[in-house]
Design a protein around this ligand. Structure first.
Ligand code: SP5
Ligand code: ZN
Length: 341
């Protein structure tokens, strides 16, 4: 199994995030990727592979060009505005505000292109997010060339990012970019199974009206947990996409048996859909030791998760969340070892 990761992904190095009404230490750090990379290299059957640059085009197939340009320009805009440190939005369009005009002012742009204040944005973010998306594209390319599985060590993560907004530590939706790339290269159907602790709101939104990409997500109940405003079981897709979106919200405190059972349910739907490619949005924040999450899977449970995700379909793992930095490497390694068994 090829492992894709670029050191350029480390450039986004946020110091603080807003949480619980305070500026606290950022949890989505470059060290996360370092830990996963070191641990995966030692898993039998995993090899670090060279990366190609697929350019900006495949990112534009998912994201709005104005949004991409904004992320690209942000560092300069921030400095020109006389600001220092990390950027955070503080104002958003409320329910009946207009979103058809993009404000000229930086604070208006920040609110227009985001949905939370928990995601620090800096002049280094674009380059790292671009490289993270390239890792996803290289993984997709490996599968298109016949590999049975690949691991895209995406970081910053992607599943909260929508077509034209960032949030939840996510800027470019790596899993969506990979899925769209499969489609653009001729695949008829792609499934994205999101097992991160948080609902993959961005991925859901990107494909909500489509039947060529099936989206499934197992996550903490949004009534109790971030991102709060999407991820309920009755969200089934719309228009042509109706019946192609599946949410499995679970209570806080969920343990392995319930979690694994829901994954099994999702896999049944995937079998029914019969995709050419399966993308796993792999967050490992369902671990009991995760500092911001409240599921209770143990380290030994990780092997079971990996084993369960072993199907006869070409499978691309795209890294999402997971913040117990000390255990993150061995948890991801156990999942992949279980998958490769
Ligand atoms: C990719 C991903 O997993 N993103 C998660 C974003 C979650 N951001 C909100 C975090 C809120 C943490 N609140 C819990 C604080 C515990 N004191
Ligand atoms: Zn998460």
């Amino acid at each position: 199994m090829k492992l894709f990761f670029s050191p350029d992904q480390m450039a986004h190095n946020p110091q603080k995030e807003i949480s619980d009404g305070k500026l606290v230490d950022a949890v989505e750090t470059p060290q996360r990727a370092q830990m996963v990379f070191e641990a995966l290299k030692d898993v039998a059957g995993v090899t670090h592979a060279d990366m190609q640059d697929f350019g900006r085009k495949p990112i534009e197939q998912v994201h709005d060009t104005g949004y991409i340009d904004f992320l690209h320009a942000f560092g300069d805009l921030w400095v020109e505005a006389g600001r220092e440190g990390e950027g955070f939005p503080f104002v958003w369009p409320g329910r009946d505000f207009r979103t058809d005009k993009v404000p000229h002012h930086l604070d208006g742009k920040l609110g227009h292109y985001s949905f939370d204040a928990g995601t620090p944005l800096t002049g280094k973010t674009y380059g790292a997010a671009y490289a993270s998306a390239q890792s996803a594209l290289n993984g997709a390319d490996a599968l298109l060339r016949g590999d049975g599985a690949a691991f895209s060590l995406c970081r910053p993560p992607g599943h909260h990012a929508g077509k034209d907004y960032y949030g939840g530590y996510c800027f470019f939706n790596n899993a969506a970019i990979a899925a769209q790339y499969f489609r653009d290269q001729g695949a008829a159907r792609v499934s994205i199974f999101d097992v991160d602790y948080h609902h993959g709101n961005g991925t859901q939104s990107i494909f909500y009206h489509r039947n060529d990409v099936q989206f499934l997500s197992v996550h903490a109940d949004p009534l109790e947990e971030y991102p709060y405003f999407l991820g309920h079981a009755d969200e089934r897709g719309t228009g042509m996409g109706e019946g192609f979106n599946f949410n499995y919200p679970l209570p806080l405190g969920t343990e392995a048996p319930t979690f694994l059972h829901q994954i099994q349910q999702g896999l049944t739907e995937i079998d029914r859909y019969d995709p050419d490619y399966l993308v796993i949005s792999l967050g490992v924040d369902f671990f009991e030791g995760d500092p911001i999450s409240q599921f209770k899977l143990t380290h030994p449970d990780m092997t079971k998760v990996g084993a369960l995700l072993r199907t006869n379909r070409p499978t691309l793992f795209v890294m999402e969340g997971g913040y117990a930095v000390g255990d993150l490497g061995r948890n991801v390694a156990a999942i992949i070892a279980g998958f490769l068994l």
